[in-house]
Design a protein around this ligand. Structure first.
Ligand SMILES: Nc1nc2c(ncn2[C@@H]2O[C@H](COP(=O)(O)OP(=O)(O)OP(=O)(O)O)[C@@H](O)[C@H]2O)c(=O)[nH]1
Length: 380
């Protein structure tokens, strides 16, 4: 279905949380399909941290559309919970949610095997709590993991910052950064790089942080960025994001800086489109899908900004922000989008014959040789 929706006011719609879990359209020839490897061999993102730091909440909010308030009722995780999200998302990986206290000395816990197949290790620290113990745990965890697999990306989420003032946030980040790196220096592990993010499930920061974590694991990222740069510069567009629709993680954007407001606006647009589509786009018997090849939306805001969304693949949507003047050349934008979409499909091989191995980094499709230096064959 296609939606042409004009909103007179930028903030005249609320953020919808009734996003369906599975709205992908059926398998069709030519779609970028995944070809699942045995689930245990998929690249992993590990979520680790002390008890009640917020690991399960992050996973539920980002990938299962749980509303933040519902996480208050989550029970403590007692064993490793493996979540395979590849059936509903472009991002083809498993998230392993660990119970708070992992005992590395427990002989039944084969941490070497776990770390060997890991792409990213996210360590969650509760910023509202005393974090001294968490820092000790962080050090123990990352140093062990690094010795087994130095290729892992180590990401530290300084979490629950919604309860902190702006000054306090900055100070907490500085302090955690300093202490964690001092501990690494004392252990002669200066080469181990930690990335820090301030996160909360009560705003978009958790989606932003997860986007960055996932982007590091997508080998085609430079190509995608290049394609987006070409597309926006030839179309008079200010900012463009390539979104994984189900999780609202952006897997790539053009190289201009990302400001949080633009990202939030684009996330909200996805919610609006999917919600309207779910309510009015499905057939009477409930069949059909809320997101398909025809999905597109244009929202004009009252500040001469236009939001433009279009389907790229079964899981991906392009969401752009542009000025009203530029939108007068809609024909050109549509044509360029057509070329862009084609190029994206060329970058990612149609996956039916694709077989993934555990050595292959995250990213559903494989790189195709036609896209050299990120330049598509069809000039946008
Ligand atoms: N204020 C605030 N609370 C949060 C946030 N994220 C999670 N929480 C709360 O933190 C509590 C613990 O969350 P869980 O997700 O169960 O924590 P966990 O790390 O999975 O805990 P274990 O399973 O025991 O290891 C819940 O009450 C959540 O609602 C956040 O960003 N801000």
């Amino acid at each position: 279905m296609s939606i042409q929706y004009e909103a007179p006011l930028a903030d005249s719609y609320g953020v919808a949380d009734s996003f369906p879990k599975d709205f992908g359209y059926g398998e069709e020839e030519g779609d970028i399909e995944d070809n699942p490897a045995p689930s245990d061999s998929k690249p992993r993102i590990l979520l680790m941290g002390l008890r009640r730091s917020g690991k399960s909440s992050i996973q539920k909010v980002v990938f299962h559309k749980m509303s933040p308030n519902e996480t208050l009722f989550l029970e403590s995780t007692n064993k490793i919970y493996k979540d395979d999200i590849s059936s509903s998302s472009f991002v083809n990986f498993q998230i392993w949610d660990f119970p708070g206290q992992v005992d590395f000395f427990d002989p039944t816990f084969d941490y070497e095997m776990i770390f060997r197949g890991t792409g990213a290790l996210i360590f969650v620290i509760d910023a509202q709590d005393d974090y001294v113990e968490a820092l000790g745990r962080l050090h123990l965890t990352v140093s062990r993991a690094y010795r087994v697999n130095p290729e892992i990306n180590f990401e530290v989420f300084i979490h629950k910052v919604d309860g902190l003032s702006d000054d306090h946030k900055i100070e907490t980040q500085r302090d955690i950064h300093q202490r964690a790196n001092d501990d690494l220096a004392d252990a002669s592990l200066e080469k181990l790089h930690l990335s820090f993010y301030l996160t909360s499930i009560y705003d978009h920061s958790i989606f932003e942080a997860f986007s960055k974590v996932v982007q590091k694991l997508i080998p085609q990222l430079p190509t995608l960025e290049n394609l987006l740069n070409i597309f926006i510069s030839n179309s008079g567009i200010e900012k463009a994001f390539l979104f994984d629709v189900v999780s609202k993680i952006y897997i790539a954007t053009d190289s201009s800086p990302v400001d949080m407001q633009s990202y939030e606006l684009c996330c909200d647009m996805i919610d609006v489109v999917i919600d309207v589509s779910c309510i009015y786009g499905l057939k009477e018997d409930g069949s059909g899908s809320a997101y398909d090849k025809e999905s597109m939306a244009i929202i004009k805001l009252n500040n001469t900004t236009v939001l433009y969304l279009k389907e790229v693949t079964k899981f991906l949507a392009l969401v752009c922000i542009l000025r009203e003047e530029s939108f007068e050349r809609k024909g050109l934008i549509d044509y360029n989008f057509h070329c862009f979409r084609k190029a994206i499909h060329e970058v990612f091989e149609v996956g039916v014959s694709t077989s993934r191995t555990s050595n292959q980094p995250i990213g559903t499709p494989l790189m195709k040789t036609v896209a050299l230096n990120g330049t598509p064959r069809s000039t946008v």
